[in-house]
Ligand binder design. Sequence first.
Ligand code: CMP
Length: 150
Amino acid sequence: MDGIVLDGMGEKEYLWLERGLKKMGFFSKLSLKNLAGVLPYMALVRFDKGATVCAEGEPGDGFYLIYEGGVSVTKEGWDKPVASLKPGEFFGEMSLLFRQPRTATVRTTKPSRLFALHAKDFARMLKKNPTVARTLRGVAESRRKELAQS
Ligand code: CMP
């Protein structure tokens, strides 16, 4: 990861995260108490346009939620991008859930700020929240199916 970790989060980012996470399907079942437990582990990281956040084949070290900006997901052998993801969407879950190398390369398409959750905090959060784990796994499974269609 070649982004810059910003010093602390402002109130605006904190509120966005709290509201956004609650709105997002996979976090909707997360109680406020559990959510508050995750927030302190999330770091806000800034990336320039064109930065590589995840590289296909490398070990997965974290999970990312897009706060500002956007990313493109590409895979070797694909002539078109696999997906474009925007604020409120997430990536980096597949290698962590399936214990495998990064399935694709993820690059910023604009200057971006991402919330990052380290692999071990991600695992801790899922352990405490089986519903979240199931929902995330569902998204990861459908992404895996899309990747198998090349
Ligand atoms: P991971 O394999 O850890 O790192 C690359 C990420 O790209 C992957 O997790 C997913 O979050 C994302 N990704 C892979 N395939 C797709 C897809 N079909 N649609 C959206 N995102 C994807």
